[in-house]
Design a protein around this ligand. Structure first.
Ligand code: KG4
Ligand code: ZN
Length: 344
C-alpha cells in the first residue's frame, strides 16, 4: 500500500487553514504544510466571531491559503490521494466555503472527497502527533464543545460525558468579557492568572465528585460575575486574582471530571485507555495541561497533548482525519451536505 497524501481544508469558525499531510500504511505521519490565516483581528472590534463577516473573509483568502499550502508541501494536485474538508459542525457560511472549494478541487483533479467532522478531526489529532493507539480517553475542550469521549476506532466514538450548560472555552471567553479583557479571552485570562493569587476567591467547583462524567460551568461563571460586580471598579490586582481563582476552579473541576471519565471508560470497555488525550483550543492552557499530566500519571496511562497550534483549529487535523478515513476506504459523494450541527 502506498502512502496517502491528503489536502485538508478548515473553515468552520474563524481560522482559514489548509494543509498537506501524509499517512503511511503503518500510521506514520508527516505534516508537509499547515497554513493558518486567523481572522481574530477582523472580529476583535465586535468582541466575538461575526458569522457573515467570517464567511466573507474565508472566501477572500481560502484560494491563497490552499495555494500556499500546496507550494510549501511542494506537491501538485495530481499527486494527492484525496481532498478533505471540514463539513461541520460550525458556522454554516464558512463551512459552505470550505466544502464547496474542496468539491471543486476534487472534481477538477479527479480525486476522492472526504467530508470530515471537525470534532472527529480534533479527536484524531493525537494519532497524527503522538501515534496514540485505540482505544483512548479524549477530553475535547473548545469554545463550542466540552466532551469526554471514548475513541475506540475511526468512526467509533462514544460520548461519556458533556457539559450541561457552557463549554469550558466559552466560560473563559465570558469571564474575559466581564473583566473587560480583549477578545479572544481564553489566552488573556491565562496571562492575567499568571500574576494573580488563586486562593483569594473560593469559587464553586460544580459537579465535583459526581459519578457521571458531566461538566457544568455556569455556576462558576456567575460566581465570578457576582464577585467582579461586588468589587467594581476593579484594580489590576483584582482582575489578576479573579482570573487566577477562576482558572484554579476550572483546573480542579476538569481533573475531577476526567477521573470520572476514566471510570466510565473502564466500565464501558472493560479496560483502561491507552492514553489520556486533550484536544481543542482550551488545551493550549498551560495550567490545564500540567494538571492533566498529573491525572494521567495517577491513572497509570500515557498523556498526549498535541502542540497548541494543532489543538486550535487547523487544516492539518482535517487532512489527517481525511487520511484516516481514506485508509479505511471511506470517501464521500460530491453532493454531501455541509452541516451547522453534527454531533460525533
Ligand atoms: O478549538 P478552538 O480553536 O475553536 C473552537 O471552539 O472550535 O477553541 C477556541 C477556544 C476559545 O474559547 C478560547 O478562549 C479557548 O479555546 N482558549 C483558551 C486558551 N487558548 C484558547 N482557553 C484557556 N486558556 C488558553 N490559553
Ligand atoms: Zn475546533
Amino acid at each position: 500500500l502506498p502512502d496517502l497524501m491528503v489536502l485538508g481544508i478548515e473553515t468552520t469558525c474563524d481560522e482559514t487553514s489548509a494543509a498537506v499531510v501524509t499517512r503511511s500504511p503503518s500510521g506514520a505521519s508527516d505534516i508537509r504544510s499547515n497554513v493558518i490565516r486567523s481572522q481574530v483581528e477582523i472580529h476583535s472590534p465586535y468582541g466575538g466571531v461575526v458569522p457573515e463577516i467570517a464567511a466573507r473573509a474565508h472566501v477572500e483568502v481560502l484560494d491563497h491559503v490552499i495555494a500556499e499550502a500546496m507550494r510549501q508541501a511542494n506537491v501538485d494536485y495530481s499527486e494527492l490521494s484525496g481532498i478533505a474538508a471540514a463539513a461541520g459542525p460550525g458556522l454554516i457560511g464558512g463551512v459552505i466555503v470550505g466544502l464547496t472549494t474542496a468539491k471543486a478541487i476534487a472534481l477538477a483533479a479527479k480525486k476522492p472527497l472526504v467530508a470530515v467532522n471537525h470534532l472527529e478531526a480534533h479527536a484524531l489529532t493525537a494519532r497524527l502527533t503522538d501515534g496514540v493507539a485505540f482505544p483512548y480517553l479524549l477530553l475535547l475542550v473548545s469554545g463550542g464543545h466540552t466532551q469526554l469521549l471514548a475513541i475506540e476506532d475511526v468512526g467509533k466514538y462514544t460520548r461519556l460525558g458533556t457539559t450541561l450548560d457552557d463549554a469550558v472555552g466559552e466560560a473563559f471567553d465570558k469571564v474575559a468579557k466581564m473583566l473587560s479583557l480583549p477578545y479572544p479571552g481564553g489566552r488573556q485570562v491565562e496571562e492575567q492568572a499568571k500574576h494573580g493569587y488563586s486562593a483569594r476567591f473560593a469559587f464553586p467547583r460544580p459537579l465535583l465528585g459526581r459519578r457521571e462524567p458531566d461538566f457544568s460551568l455556569s455556576g462558576l461563571k456567575t460566581a465570578v460575575r457576582l464577585e467582579a460586580d461586588r468589587l467594581a471598579p476593579l484594580s489590576d490586582e483584582d482582575v489578576a486574582d479573579l482570573c487566577a481563582s477562576f482558572q484554579a476552579a476550572v483546573v480542579d473541576l476538569i481533573a475531577d471530571r476526567v477521573r470520572a471519565g476514566a471510570r466510565a471508560f473502564r466500565d464501558r470497555l472493560g479496560r483502561g485507555p491507552t492514553a489520556l488525550v486533550v484536544a481543542g483550543g482550551v488545551a493550549a492552557n498551560g495550567m490545564i495541561r500540567e494538571s492533566l499530566a498529573k491525572v494521567a500519571a495517577e491513572l497509570n496511562t500515557r498523556f498526549a497533548m498535541p502542540a497548541p497550534v494543532l489543538c486550535t483549529d487547523n487544516g492539518a487535523m482535517i487532512a489527517w482525519a481525511g487520511a484516516e478515513r481514506l485508509a479505511r476506504g471511506i470517501r464521500d459523494r460530491l453532493d454531501v451536505s455541509p452541516r451547522a450541527r453534527w454531533p460525533l
